[in-house]
Design a protein around this ligand. Sequence first.
Ligand SMILES: Cc1cc2nc3c(=O)[nH]c(=O)nc-3n(C[C@H](O)[C@H](O)[C@H](O)COP(=O)(O)OP(=O)(O)OC[C@H]3O[C@@H](n4cnc5c(N)ncnc54)[C@H](O)[C@@H]3O)c2cc1C
Length: 382
Amino acid sequence: MPLQFKRSWSDADLESYRDSVARFVEAEMAPHDEEARKRGNVGRELWRRAGELGFLCSDIPEEYGGGGGDFRHETVFNEEMARRGLTGMAASVHSIVAHYFLNHGTQEQKQRYLPRMARGETIGAIAMTEPGTGSDLQGVRTRADRVGDHYVINGSKTFISNGLLAGFVLVVCKTDTSKGASGVSILIVDTGNTEGFRVGRVLDKIGLKAQDTSELFFDNVKVPAANLLGGVEGKGFFQLMSDLPYERLVIGTMAVACMEGAYEATLEYVRDRKAFGQTVADFQNTRFKLADAATQITVGRAFVDRCVEQIVAGTLDTATASMCKLWCSETQGRVIDELLQLHGGYGFMTEYLIARMYTDARVQRIYGGANDIMREVISRAM
Ligand SMILES: Cc1cc2nc3c(=O)[nH]c(=O)nc-3n(C[C@H](O)[C@H](O)[C@H](O)COP(=O)(O)OP(=O)(O)OC[C@H]3O[C@@H](n4cnc5c(N)ncnc54)[C@H](O)[C@@H]3O)c2cc1C
Protein backbone atom coordinates (compact mmCIF):
# COMPACT_ATOMS: atom_id res chain seq x y z
CA MET A 1 0.00 0.00 0.00
CA PRO A 2 1.45 3.42 -0.89
CA LEU A 3 2.25 5.76 1.95
CA GLN A 4 -0.45 8.32 2.52
CA PHE A 5 0.07 11.40 4.58
CA LYS A 6 -3.41 11.79 6.09
CA ARG A 7 -4.30 14.91 8.02
CA SER A 8 -5.84 14.36 11.46
CA TRP A 9 -7.84 17.60 11.21
CA SER A 10 -9.49 17.01 7.86
CA ASP A 11 -13.03 15.87 7.12
CA ALA A 12 -15.27 15.27 4.09
CA ASP A 13 -16.10 18.97 3.65
CA LEU A 14 -12.46 19.99 3.82
CA GLU A 15 -11.46 17.27 1.36
CA SER A 16 -14.08 18.48 -1.09
CA TYR A 17 -12.76 22.03 -0.57
CA ARG A 18 -9.27 20.63 -1.23
CA ASP A 19 -10.47 19.13 -4.53
CA SER A 20 -11.70 22.56 -5.70
CA VAL A 21 -8.46 24.22 -4.61
CA ALA A 22 -6.38 21.53 -6.32
CA ARG A 23 -8.33 21.96 -9.58
CA PHE A 24 -7.67 25.72 -9.52
CA VAL A 25 -4.00 25.27 -8.69
CA GLU A 26 -3.50 22.65 -11.43
CA ALA A 27 -5.50 24.38 -14.14
CA GLU A 28 -4.94 28.07 -13.51
CA MET A 29 -1.76 28.44 -11.51
CA ALA A 30 0.71 25.70 -12.45
CA PRO A 31 0.56 26.26 -16.24
CA HIS A 32 1.63 29.90 -15.78
CA ASP A 33 4.35 29.30 -13.21
CA GLU A 34 7.24 29.37 -15.64
CA GLU A 35 6.28 32.73 -17.11
CA ALA A 36 5.59 34.07 -13.57
CA ARG A 37 9.07 32.96 -12.53
CA LYS A 38 10.59 34.78 -15.49
CA ARG A 39 8.54 37.91 -14.84
CA GLY A 40 9.12 37.84 -11.07
CA ASN A 41 5.45 37.97 -10.08
CA VAL A 42 2.24 36.00 -10.63
CA GLY A 43 0.20 39.01 -11.78
CA ARG A 44 -2.88 40.55 -10.21
CA GLU A 45 -5.33 38.56 -12.34
CA LEU A 46 -4.46 35.31 -10.56
CA TRP A 47 -5.17 36.96 -7.22
CA ARG A 48 -8.53 38.20 -8.47
CA ARG A 49 -9.37 34.72 -9.72
CA ALA A 50 -8.42 33.11 -6.39
CA GLY A 51 -10.60 35.69 -4.66
CA GLU A 52 -13.49 35.05 -7.00
CA LEU A 53 -13.34 31.33 -6.19
CA GLY A 54 -13.31 32.03 -2.45
CA PHE A 55 -9.76 30.83 -1.72
CA LEU A 56 -8.49 34.08 -0.18
CA CYS A 57 -9.16 35.06 3.44
CA SER A 58 -11.01 31.78 3.90
CA ASP A 59 -10.59 32.02 7.69
CA ILE A 60 -11.94 35.58 7.94
CA PRO A 61 -15.57 35.90 9.13
CA GLU A 62 -18.24 36.25 6.47
CA GLU A 63 -19.34 39.63 7.86
CA TYR A 64 -16.05 41.00 6.51
CA GLY A 65 -16.34 39.21 3.18
CA GLY A 66 -14.19 36.21 4.19
CA GLY A 67 -14.99 32.54 3.83
CA GLY A 68 -16.08 32.07 7.45
CA GLY A 69 -13.81 29.04 7.81
CA ASP A 70 -10.80 28.55 10.03
CA PHE A 71 -7.05 27.91 9.84
CA ARG A 72 -7.65 24.51 8.20
CA HIS A 73 -9.13 26.16 5.11
CA GLU A 74 -6.13 28.45 4.82
CA THR A 75 -3.89 25.43 5.24
CA VAL A 76 -5.58 23.55 2.41
CA PHE A 77 -4.81 26.39 -0.03
CA ASN A 78 -1.22 26.81 1.19
CA GLU A 79 -0.60 23.06 1.11
CA GLU A 80 -1.90 22.56 -2.42
CA MET A 81 0.47 25.26 -3.67
CA ALA A 82 3.42 24.07 -1.56
CA ARG A 83 3.22 20.44 -2.64
CA ARG A 84 3.47 21.54 -6.27
CA GLY A 85 6.34 23.95 -5.54
CA LEU A 86 4.23 27.00 -6.43
CA THR A 87 5.63 29.77 -4.29
CA GLY A 88 4.84 32.93 -6.28
CA MET A 89 1.54 33.83 -4.71
CA ALA A 90 2.20 34.71 -1.08
CA ALA A 91 -1.41 34.12 -0.06
CA SER A 92 -0.11 33.33 3.41
CA VAL A 93 1.28 36.86 3.80
CA HIS A 94 -2.05 38.22 2.51
CA SER A 95 -3.82 36.17 5.22
CA ILE A 96 -1.40 37.30 7.91
CA VAL A 97 -2.16 40.90 6.95
CA ALA A 98 -5.90 40.17 7.01
CA HIS A 99 -5.47 38.88 10.55
CA TYR A 100 -3.78 42.11 11.63
CA PHE A 101 -6.97 43.88 10.58
CA LEU A 102 -9.25 41.28 12.13
CA ASN A 103 -7.41 41.15 15.46
CA HIS A 104 -6.24 44.74 15.84
CA GLY A 105 -7.96 46.98 13.27
CA THR A 106 -10.74 49.45 13.98
CA GLN A 107 -14.19 48.57 12.70
CA GLU A 108 -13.75 51.06 9.85
CA GLN A 109 -10.38 49.54 8.87
CA LYS A 110 -11.80 46.01 8.84
CA GLN A 111 -14.69 47.09 6.64
CA ARG A 112 -12.49 49.12 4.32
CA TYR A 113 -9.87 46.43 3.63
CA LEU A 114 -11.06 42.91 4.41
CA PRO A 115 -13.82 42.50 1.79
CA ARG A 116 -11.51 43.76 -0.98
CA MET A 117 -8.74 41.48 0.21
CA ALA A 118 -11.08 38.49 0.20
CA ARG A 119 -12.14 39.29 -3.37
CA GLY A 120 -8.49 39.55 -4.42
CA GLU A 121 -9.06 43.12 -5.58
CA THR A 122 -6.34 44.38 -3.32
CA ILE A 123 -3.25 42.49 -2.18
CA GLY A 124 -1.75 43.00 1.27
CA ALA A 125 1.87 43.25 2.37
CA ILE A 126 3.53 43.78 5.72
CA ALA A 127 6.76 45.77 5.91
CA MET A 128 8.81 45.22 9.04
CA THR A 129 12.32 44.54 7.74
CA GLU A 130 14.67 47.38 6.83
CA PRO A 131 18.12 47.40 5.25
CA GLY A 132 19.60 47.95 8.73
CA THR A 133 17.37 45.72 10.84
CA GLY A 134 15.47 42.46 10.57
CA SER A 135 15.46 40.24 13.63
CA ASP A 136 15.78 43.20 15.98
CA LEU A 137 12.41 44.75 15.20
CA GLN A 138 12.61 47.32 17.96
CA GLY A 139 15.45 48.84 15.98
CA VAL A 140 13.30 49.94 13.01
CA ARG A 141 14.21 53.42 11.82
CA THR A 142 11.29 54.21 9.55
CA ARG A 143 9.48 56.98 11.38
CA ALA A 144 5.96 58.36 11.29
CA ASP A 145 5.56 61.89 12.63
CA ARG A 146 2.14 63.17 13.57
CA VAL A 147 1.37 66.45 11.81
CA GLY A 148 -2.21 67.64 12.45
CA ASP A 149 -4.59 64.91 11.37
CA HIS A 150 -1.91 63.09 9.33
CA TYR A 151 1.24 61.05 9.76
CA VAL A 152 4.29 61.73 7.62
CA ILE A 153 6.36 58.59 6.98
CA ASN A 154 10.05 58.51 6.09
CA GLY A 155 12.26 55.46 5.71
CA SER A 156 12.83 52.34 3.68
CA LYS A 157 11.95 48.66 3.85
CA THR A 158 13.39 45.64 2.14
CA PHE A 159 12.59 41.96 1.42
CA ILE A 160 8.85 42.75 1.37
CA SER A 161 6.74 39.87 0.04
CA ASN A 162 4.01 41.00 -2.42
CA GLY A 163 5.86 44.34 -2.48
CA LEU A 164 5.26 45.04 -6.16
CA LEU A 165 1.63 43.94 -6.49
CA ALA A 166 0.39 45.11 -3.08
CA GLY A 167 -2.50 47.58 -3.06
CA PHE A 168 -1.55 48.62 0.44
CA VAL A 169 1.23 47.94 2.92
CA LEU A 170 1.15 47.69 6.69
CA VAL A 171 4.27 49.67 7.58
CA VAL A 172 6.00 49.14 10.90
CA CYS A 173 7.21 52.57 12.04
CA LYS A 174 8.49 54.42 15.06
CA THR A 175 5.92 56.96 16.20
CA ASP A 176 8.12 57.74 19.22
CA THR A 177 11.85 57.40 18.62
CA SER A 178 12.66 57.88 22.31
CA LYS A 179 11.00 54.55 23.14
CA GLY A 180 11.76 50.93 22.23
CA ALA A 181 8.86 48.52 21.73
CA SER A 182 6.23 50.97 22.93
CA GLY A 183 7.36 53.52 20.34
CA VAL A 184 6.40 51.18 17.47
CA SER A 185 3.14 51.55 15.52
CA ILE A 186 1.72 50.10 12.31
CA LEU A 187 0.42 52.43 9.61
CA ILE A 188 -1.61 51.50 6.54
CA VAL A 189 -0.16 52.95 3.34
CA ASP A 190 -2.22 52.65 0.15
CA THR A 191 0.21 52.22 -2.70
CA GLY A 192 -1.73 53.65 -5.67
CA ASN A 193 -0.93 57.31 -6.43
CA THR A 194 0.51 57.95 -2.99
CA GLU A 195 3.03 60.72 -3.30
CA GLY A 196 6.46 59.84 -1.92
CA PHE A 197 5.85 56.07 -1.98
CA ARG A 198 8.00 54.08 -4.34
CA VAL A 199 8.65 50.40 -5.00
CA GLY A 200 12.38 49.89 -5.57
CA ARG A 201 13.88 46.74 -7.05
CA VAL A 202 11.98 43.49 -7.22
CA LEU A 203 14.81 41.53 -5.66
CA ASP A 204 16.68 38.83 -7.57
CA LYS A 205 16.64 35.81 -5.24
CA ILE A 206 18.07 32.30 -5.39
CA GLY A 207 14.56 30.89 -4.98
CA LEU A 208 10.90 32.01 -4.87
CA LYS A 209 11.47 33.30 -8.38
CA ALA A 210 7.79 34.06 -9.03
CA GLN A 211 7.41 36.03 -5.79
CA ASP A 212 7.62 39.84 -6.00
CA THR A 213 9.81 40.39 -2.94
CA SER A 214 10.68 44.09 -3.11
CA GLU A 215 12.28 47.17 -1.67
CA LEU A 216 9.93 49.96 -0.60
CA PHE A 217 10.76 53.63 -0.09
CA PHE A 218 8.82 56.25 1.86
CA ASP A 219 9.75 59.86 1.29
CA ASN A 220 7.44 62.22 3.22
CA VAL A 221 4.48 59.91 2.62
CA LYS A 222 1.38 61.54 4.08
CA VAL A 223 -1.35 59.23 5.42
CA PRO A 224 -4.48 60.16 7.40
CA ALA A 225 -4.31 59.54 11.16
CA ALA A 226 -7.22 57.12 10.60
CA ASN A 227 -4.67 54.79 8.95
CA LEU A 228 -3.03 53.98 12.29
CA LEU A 229 -3.80 50.26 12.80
CA GLY A 230 -6.15 50.00 15.78
CA GLY A 231 -6.19 53.78 16.23
CA VAL A 232 -3.82 53.84 19.23
CA GLU A 233 -0.14 54.76 18.97
CA GLY A 234 2.60 52.53 20.38
CA LYS A 235 0.76 49.21 19.99
CA GLY A 236 2.63 48.00 16.89
CA PHE A 237 5.17 45.75 18.55
CA PHE A 238 2.53 43.99 20.62
CA GLN A 239 0.28 43.60 17.58
CA LEU A 240 3.19 41.95 15.75
CA MET A 241 4.05 39.62 18.62
CA SER A 242 0.50 38.41 19.15
CA ASP A 243 0.14 37.32 15.51
CA LEU A 244 3.47 35.53 15.16
CA PRO A 245 2.24 31.99 16.05
CA TYR A 246 -0.11 32.15 13.04
CA GLU A 247 2.75 33.06 10.68
CA ARG A 248 5.09 30.45 12.12
CA LEU A 249 2.57 27.67 11.86
CA VAL A 250 1.86 28.61 8.22
CA ILE A 251 5.56 28.10 7.50
CA GLY A 252 5.46 24.70 9.24
CA THR A 253 2.41 23.53 7.28
CA MET A 254 3.98 24.57 3.99
CA ALA A 255 7.26 22.83 4.86
CA VAL A 256 5.52 19.51 5.45
CA ALA A 257 3.33 19.80 2.34
CA CYS A 258 6.38 20.63 0.25
CA MET A 259 8.18 17.52 1.57
CA GLU A 260 5.15 15.39 0.74
CA GLY A 261 5.06 16.72 -2.81
CA ALA A 262 8.80 16.21 -3.18
CA TYR A 263 8.56 12.66 -1.85
CA GLU A 264 5.82 11.73 -4.33
CA ALA A 265 7.71 13.28 -7.26
CA THR A 266 10.91 11.48 -6.25
CA LEU A 267 9.18 8.13 -5.91
CA GLU A 268 7.85 8.49 -9.43
CA TYR A 269 11.25 9.54 -10.74
CA VAL A 270 13.29 6.70 -9.21
CA ARG A 271 10.76 4.09 -10.33
CA ASP A 272 11.22 5.26 -13.88
CA ARG A 273 14.95 5.97 -14.05
CA LYS A 274 17.23 3.04 -14.96
CA ALA A 275 20.87 2.45 -14.02
CA PHE A 276 22.97 -0.74 -14.05
CA GLY A 277 20.10 -2.73 -15.54
CA GLN A 278 17.56 -1.89 -12.84
CA THR A 279 15.52 1.07 -11.70
CA VAL A 280 17.07 3.57 -9.27
CA ALA A 281 14.22 2.61 -6.92
CA ASP A 282 15.60 -0.95 -6.77
CA PHE A 283 18.86 0.10 -5.08
CA GLN A 284 18.77 -0.53 -1.38
CA ASN A 285 20.29 2.91 -0.81
CA THR A 286 17.35 4.54 -2.60
CA ARG A 287 14.80 2.59 -0.61
CA PHE A 288 16.56 3.49 2.65
CA LYS A 289 16.77 7.18 1.75
CA LEU A 290 13.08 7.16 0.87
CA ALA A 291 12.27 5.32 4.09
CA ASP A 292 14.13 8.00 6.05
CA ALA A 293 12.31 10.76 4.16
CA ALA A 294 8.90 9.12 4.70
CA THR A 295 9.65 8.77 8.41
CA GLN A 296 10.67 12.41 8.77
CA ILE A 297 7.59 13.55 6.87
CA THR A 298 5.30 11.36 8.98
CA VAL A 299 6.76 12.79 12.19
CA GLY A 300 6.41 16.32 10.78
CA ARG A 301 2.83 15.66 9.72
CA ALA A 302 1.90 14.50 13.24
CA PHE A 303 3.47 17.58 14.86
CA VAL A 304 2.09 20.08 12.38
CA ASP A 305 -1.39 18.55 12.58
CA ARG A 306 -1.39 18.85 16.35
CA CYS A 307 -0.42 22.51 16.01
CA VAL A 308 -3.22 23.06 13.47
CA GLU A 309 -5.71 21.54 15.91
CA GLN A 310 -4.36 23.75 18.67
CA ILE A 311 -4.57 26.97 16.65
CA VAL A 312 -8.17 26.14 15.67
CA ALA A 313 -8.93 25.57 19.36
CA GLY A 314 -7.15 28.82 20.27
CA THR A 315 -4.51 27.07 22.40
CA LEU A 316 -1.33 27.25 20.29
CA ASP A 317 1.38 29.02 22.28
CA THR A 318 4.30 31.00 20.87
CA ALA A 319 7.00 28.52 21.91
CA THR A 320 5.24 25.55 20.28
CA ALA A 321 4.58 27.53 17.10
CA SER A 322 8.29 28.44 17.07
CA MET A 323 9.25 24.76 17.52
CA CYS A 324 7.02 23.91 14.60
CA LYS A 325 8.61 26.54 12.34
CA LEU A 326 12.10 25.50 13.48
CA TRP A 327 11.75 21.74 13.17
CA CYS A 328 9.70 21.67 10.00
CA SER A 329 11.88 24.13 8.08
CA GLU A 330 15.14 22.46 9.17
CA THR A 331 13.75 19.04 8.24
CA GLN A 332 12.48 20.37 4.93
CA GLY A 333 16.00 21.52 4.04
CA ARG A 334 17.53 18.11 4.84
CA VAL A 335 14.81 15.98 3.26
CA ILE A 336 14.61 17.96 0.02
CA ASP A 337 18.40 17.80 -0.27
CA GLU A 338 18.36 13.98 0.01
CA LEU A 339 15.48 13.67 -2.44
CA LEU A 340 17.26 15.92 -4.93
CA GLN A 341 20.29 13.63 -4.74
CA LEU A 342 18.17 10.71 -5.91
CA HIS A 343 17.43 12.64 -9.12
CA GLY A 344 21.11 12.79 -10.05
CA GLY A 345 21.93 15.63 -12.48
CA TYR A 346 18.28 16.20 -13.30
CA GLY A 347 17.79 17.31 -9.72
CA PHE A 348 19.97 20.31 -10.48
CA MET A 349 17.82 21.42 -13.41
CA THR A 350 15.14 24.01 -12.68
CA GLU A 351 12.70 22.31 -15.02
CA TYR A 352 12.44 19.61 -12.32
CA LEU A 353 10.14 20.25 -9.38
CA ILE A 354 12.73 19.04 -6.87
CA ALA A 355 15.28 21.65 -8.03
CA ARG A 356 12.80 24.49 -7.55
CA MET A 357 11.76 23.10 -4.19
CA TYR A 358 15.41 22.93 -3.13
CA THR A 359 16.10 26.61 -3.77
CA ASP A 360 12.71 27.69 -2.42
CA ALA A 361 13.16 25.72 0.80
CA ARG A 362 16.24 27.64 1.90
CA VAL A 363 14.41 30.79 2.92
CA GLN A 364 12.04 28.89 5.18
CA ARG A 365 14.81 28.89 7.79
CA ILE A 366 15.26 32.65 7.46
CA TYR A 367 11.95 34.49 7.10
CA GLY A 368 9.08 34.58 9.59
CA GLY A 369 11.79 35.00 12.23
CA ALA A 370 15.18 33.41 11.57
CA ASN A 371 15.55 29.96 13.13
CA ASP A 372 18.02 31.18 15.73
CA ILE A 373 15.35 33.60 16.88
CA MET A 374 13.01 30.57 17.16
CA ARG A 375 15.60 28.91 19.41
CA GLU A 376 15.76 32.09 21.47
CA VAL A 377 11.94 32.19 21.85
CA ILE A 378 11.79 28.48 22.79
CA SER A 379 14.61 28.79 25.30
CA ARG A 380 12.88 31.74 26.97
CA ALA A 381 9.85 29.52 27.65
CA MET A 382 11.98 26.93 29.47
C1 LIG B 1 12.16 35.93 0.53
C2 LIG B 1 11.99 36.77 1.75
C3 LIG B 1 10.73 37.28 2.05
C4 LIG B 1 10.56 38.11 3.15
N1 LIG B 1 9.34 38.69 3.38
C5 LIG B 1 9.24 39.65 4.33
C6 LIG B 1 8.05 40.43 4.47
O1 LIG B 1 7.05 40.22 3.77
N2 LIG B 1 8.02 41.41 5.40
C7 LIG B 1 9.08 41.67 6.20
O2 LIG B 1 8.99 42.58 7.00
N3 LIG B 1 10.23 40.95 6.10
C8 LIG B 1 10.33 39.96 5.19
N4 LIG B 1 11.48 39.25 5.06
C9 LIG B 1 12.60 39.53 5.96
C10 LIG B 1 12.89 38.43 6.96
O3 LIG B 1 11.85 38.35 7.90
C11 LIG B 1 14.26 38.75 7.57
O4 LIG B 1 15.22 38.52 6.56
C12 LIG B 1 14.54 37.91 8.80
O5 LIG B 1 13.71 38.28 9.86
C13 LIG B 1 16.00 38.06 9.25
O6 LIG B 1 16.36 39.40 9.36
P1 LIG B 1 17.71 39.91 8.65
O7 LIG B 1 17.67 39.45 7.24
O8 LIG B 1 17.85 41.36 8.89
O9 LIG B 1 18.86 39.14 9.38
P2 LIG B 1 19.60 39.58 10.75
O10 LIG B 1 18.60 39.95 11.76
O11 LIG B 1 20.65 40.56 10.40
O12 LIG B 1 20.26 38.20 11.16
C14 LIG B 1 21.51 37.73 10.62
C15 LIG B 1 21.91 36.46 11.36
O13 LIG B 1 22.05 36.75 12.75
C16 LIG B 1 21.26 35.86 13.51
N5 LIG B 1 20.72 36.55 14.69
C17 LIG B 1 20.10 37.75 14.75
N6 LIG B 1 19.73 38.02 16.00
C18 LIG B 1 20.11 36.96 16.74
C19 LIG B 1 20.00 36.61 18.14
N7 LIG B 1 19.39 37.43 19.02
N8 LIG B 1 20.53 35.44 18.56
C20 LIG B 1 21.15 34.60 17.69
N9 LIG B 1 21.26 34.87 16.37
C21 LIG B 1 20.76 36.01 15.90
C22 LIG B 1 20.12 35.45 12.59
O14 LIG B 1 19.57 34.21 12.98
C23 LIG B 1 20.84 35.36 11.26
O15 LIG B 1 21.46 34.10 11.17
C24 LIG B 1 11.66 38.38 3.99
C25 LIG B 1 12.91 37.82 3.72
C26 LIG B 1 13.08 37.05 2.61
C27 LIG B 1 14.45 36.52 2.31
